[in-house]
Design a protein around this ligand. Sequence first.
Ligand SMILES: NC(=O)c1ccc[n+]([C@@H]2O[C@H](COP(=O)([O-])OP(=O)(O)OC[C@H]3O[C@@H](n4cnc5c(N)ncnc54)[C@H](OP(=O)(O)O)[C@@H]3O)[C@@H](O)[C@H]2O)c1
Length: 296
Amino acid sequence: MRIVVTGKTGQVVQALRAAGETAGAELVCIGRPEIDLSQPLTLEAPIRALRPDVIVSVAAYTAVDKAEDEAQLAQVVNGDAPGALARIAAERNIPILHLSTDYVFPGDKAGVYVETDATGPLNVYGRTKLSGEQQVARATANHVILRTSWVYAPYGRNFVTTMLGLADTLDEVRVVADQQGCPTYAPEIANALLVVARRVVDDGSPELRGVFHLTGQGETSWASFAEAIFAGSVARGGKAVTVHPIASADYPAAARRPTNSRMSGEKLSKIYDLRLNPWHLSLDDCLTRLIGLPRG
Ligand SMILES: NC(=O)c1ccc[n+]([C@@H]2O[C@H](COP(=O)([O-])OP(=O)(O)OC[C@H]3O[C@@H](n4cnc5c(N)ncnc54)[C@H](OP(=O)(O)O)[C@@H]3O)[C@@H](O)[C@H]2O)c1
């Protein structure tokens, strides 16, 4: 099975490379300069030349705040390019997996979001990712859209590496406490993508297609997530850092974020028998890879 993945340097792509080696999958990761998602019309020739059995659409315009000023570019990369990739998949009669985001939701639901809940993004990034979902679904029924959230890994720029970086220079940090979500570990996203890819290549059943939520189990706020990161660092001999919980209103950002973007992984668990680890176990693995095993 040859899996063609968009992106070469992102967190999930790096995790996919590592997981693909272990799983023995033939993974071809293609990104800039070979393909540029801001030029959707140029994607067909290089992707077709790779003769994929399945396309995994991972690369995206992920700078949530900057997207507010670059809406046109974000729309092409996150909306139109996945649509073009899905048309290529449809022409080849192969499935496409597409990663999307919790930010398609408005965040005003009391409980966890399920796949059938109404979307209503609050920011440009979320709107463009929703457009990507819609364009993929329009192009081919042979798609799996996987919405994930709060992605982190032992590499790349993410909340965990940012917090640990801040600990080098600060003894206290102010972190938003009124946004709830599900941290999701890129190596586990990668493992799940490989399982889903294998299944949809081998099995054409309609119930394997559609929208699924792919998140770490459990939920937290950014402030509690930061506290867990610093506690894990201290357990490994790192410096103690005090977290001061603040309101989103006290942390001005260009893009509005949903207050609640918790998503249920029940559908993925039921249909694919796939569930990711509780987020604090995955965080522990991430910290061990970054810093080492806890002392004592
Ligand atoms: N990070 C999160 O918290 C989060 C949350 C929910 C959903 N997601 C979704 O999960 C997926 C993976 O996220 P991630 O965190 O792994 O992303 P990431 O680390 O920010 O990497 C983004 C990747 O997209 C590539 N890219 C950006 N613009 C491109 C273009 N015009 N042409 C070709 N490649 C381009 C980048 O390539 P360069 O190295 O060349 O810039 C980079 O490899 C994305 O679809 C994202 O929307 C992420």
